[in-house]
Design a protein around this ligand. Structure first.
Ligand SMILES: [Zn+2]
Ligand SMILES: [Zn+2]
Length: 457
C-alpha cells in the first residue's frame, strides 16, 4: 500500500470537550461525582447533541487487566460518597469476578477495591484507558487504548463484560481506519465516515440484551479505539461531523463492502428474506467515460468473460485495488466439496453435480442446485450460498471437470468477482472515484441512489 504524506491534525478536537460533556449528561443520575469532576473546567454550550454509544469490547471474561496515564480514576460505585481510586500511571490493575462482586487488585495482587455489579474507569481529560488482551485482527489478542469511559460489569454468564462508553464522533475515529485503509483518498474516507455514522445509528441497540449498543467486530463495525486513530481519518470524521445519509427524510441503512467487482447487488439478492430497499439497488460500478461495453444482466459467454477478466470498473481502475479481490478462482475436489456441503445440508447421497440455478441481474448467484444421488437440494440467497461454499463473494460461476462425459466430476472450478456482500457502497470503487475527482457527496449519492447527505447535529 502506498503511504501518503501525513497531514496535520484538523480542528476535530475542538468538539471533544463538548462531546464528553454531552456523554456524561446521560449518566448524571449514576455518576454525580464524575459529572462534577468533568463539567468543571469544560465549556457547557454544545452545537447539538452528539449521541453517546455503548460499545461492547469483551464478554464472558474471567478477568480484565487495564492501565492508564496520570489521572486515571476508578469508580467502584458503592454509595455516592465513595471517592474514586486513583490508579498510578502505567501500573496494570486487574478486575476479576467474585460472586456478584468485581474485585480490583493492583500489580502486586493486593485488593484495592470491590464493586457490586459495575465498575467504571475514567481517564484524565483527553486521555485513554488501556485494556490488555482484547481481540485484534484475525482473532489475535492485542492491547488497545480507548477514549471515553470504560465500564466493567458482571454478566449473566458468570463473567465480566467490558463496555466503552463514548460519543459517536470519537467512536468513528476508531472505526473509519479499521474499516478503510487510512491512506485512501480523503473524499473516500469522508464517504466512509458518513456511511459508518449511519451504520452506528441504525445498528445501535442490537446488543441491548448484553448491556451495550454495538459490538466492536465486523458484526456491527470494526472499532479499534484510540489505538487505530490516524490524522487522515480523524480529518474525514471531523469534516463530516454529524452528517448522515437519508432517504425521504429517514436515516438510510448505509451498508458497504470491500469490492463489488463491477456491479453492486440489490439487498434482497444477498439477503432473500429482506424486502427490497429502494436505495440499496445494484448499480454498475463504472462511468460512461470508462468505455466499458457491458449491459447488465449478462449471460452466456459475456458473463463468463466478465467473471474471469475484470473490465475497467471503478474498483479495478483504483490504485488501491487488490487483484485477488477483483477476480478470484479456486478448485475444489468433489470429496472435499461434498464434505463442505454435507456439513450444512445433511445427507444428500453422493455429490453428482453442482449448478447455478438462478442469477440476479448484477450477476450474483441467487439459487444453487446441489444434485445428490438421494435428493436435490436448492440453496437460495447470496449470503447462504457464499457461506456454504466459503467464497469471497456470491458472484461466481462453477465448472465441473470430468474425465469422461459419463463420469462424476473430479473437480469443481469456481471463479468469481469481488469480495464481500457487494450491497451498497463499494469501498475500493469509492477510492477510485475520489481519485477521479469526485467528492464524498457525489460518491455516496451514486451508491445509495435517491439518498442525500444531511447534517444531524
Ligand atoms: Zn455486533
Ligand atoms: Zn466496485
Amino acid at each position: 500500500m502506498p503511504t501518503d504524506a501525513k497531514e496535520t491534525r484538523p480542528a476535530g478536537d475542538a468538539g471533544s470537550a463538548c462531546e464528553l460533556h454531552s456523554m456524561h449528561l446521560r449518566f448524571v443520575r449514576l455518576l454525580p461525582l464524575v459529572l462534577i469532576t468533568f463539567v468543571a473546567g469544560h465549556p457547557t454550550r454544545c452545537e447539538g447533541r452528539v449521541p453517546p454509544l455503548r460499545v461492547g469490547l469483551l464478554v464472558h471474561r474471567e478477568r480484565v487487566a487495564f492501565s492508564g496515564g496520570a489521572g486515571l480514576k476508578v469508580y467502584a460505585g458503592r454509595g455516592r460518597r465513595l471517592p474514586p481510586l486513583s490508579a498510578p500511571a502505567g501500573e496494570t490493575w486487574q478486575a476479576r469476578r467474585e460472586g456478584r462482586e468485581i474485585v480490583v487488585s493492583d500489580s502486586r495482587g493486593a485488593e484495592v477495591a470491590r464493586a457490586r455489579r459495575r465498575l467504571r474507569i475514567l481517564p484524565a481529560a483527553g486521555g485513554t484507558v488501556t485494556i490488555l488482551d482484547v481481540p485484534g485482527h484475525w482473532d489475535k489478542r492485542t492491547t488497545r487504548a480507548y477514549r471515553g469511559m470504560i465500564e466493567i460489569r458482571t454478566d449473566r454468564s458468570g463473567g465480566l463484560t467490558v463496555v466503552n462508553i463514548v460519543d459517536i464522533e470519537t467512536y468513528l475515529r476508531g472505526v473509519v481506519p479499521s474499516e478503510m485503509p487510512a491512506n485512501y483518498p480523503l473524499e473516500a474516507l469522508k464517504a466512509q465516515a458518513v456511511a459508518a455514522r449511519g451504520q452506528a445509528l441504525i445498528k445501535a441497540g442490537r446488543h441491548r440484551r448484553q448491556g451495550f449498543d454495538l459490538c466492536a467486530t465486523q458484526h456491527c463495525q470494526v472499532y479499534g479505539g484510540a489505538t487505530s486513530e490516524d490524522p487522515r481519518t480523524d480529518r474525514a470524521v471531523a469534516e463530516t461531523r454529524g452528517e448522515v445519509l437519508t432517504y425521504h427524510g429517514r436515516l438510510a441503512d448505509t451498508l458497504y463492502s470491500s469490492t463489488c467487482g463491477g456491479h453492486t447487488a440489490n439487498n434482497e439478492d444477498y439477503w432473500p428474506d429482506q424486502r427490497p430497499v429502494p436505495y440499496l439497488r445494484g448499480v454498475p460500478d463504472f462511468e460512461p467515460e470508462d468505455g466499458v461495453d457491458l449491459s447488465f444482466p449478462l449471460a452466456g459467454d459475456q458473463l463468463k468473460r466478465y467473471l474471469k477478466y475484470a473490465p475497467r470498473v471503478n474498483c479495478y481502475q483504483s490504485r488501491y485495488a487488490a487483484s485477488d479481490k477483483i477476480r478470484w478462482w479456486e478448485t475444489v475436489k468433489r470429496a472435499e466439496m461434498k464434505r463442505r456441503l454435507a456439513e450444512a445440508l445433511g445427507d444428500f447421497g453422493d455429490l453428482l453435480d453442482l449448478r447455478v440455478a438462478g442469477r440476479a441481474d448484477c450477476g450474483m448467484v441467487e439459487k444453487l442446485a446441489v444434485i445428490g444421488s438421494r435428493k436435490l437440494v436448492t440453496v437460495e440467497g447470496g449470503r447462504r450460498i457464499r457461506s456454504l461454499l466459503g467464497l469471497q463473494s456470491a458472484t461466481f460461476a462453477i465448472e465441473s471437470y470430468r474425465e469422461r462425459p459419463s463420469d462424476l466430476p473430479v473437480v469443481f472450478v469456481i471463479y468469481g468477482a469481488g469480495w464481500g456482500h457487494q450491497v451498497g457502497m463499494c469501498q475500493v470503487g469509492a477510492a477510485g472515484l475520489a481519485d477521479k475527482g469526485w467528492d464524498y457527496r457525489r460518491i455516496l449519492e451514486k451508491y445509495y441512489q435517491g439518498c442525500v447527505v444531511v447534517k444531524r447535529y
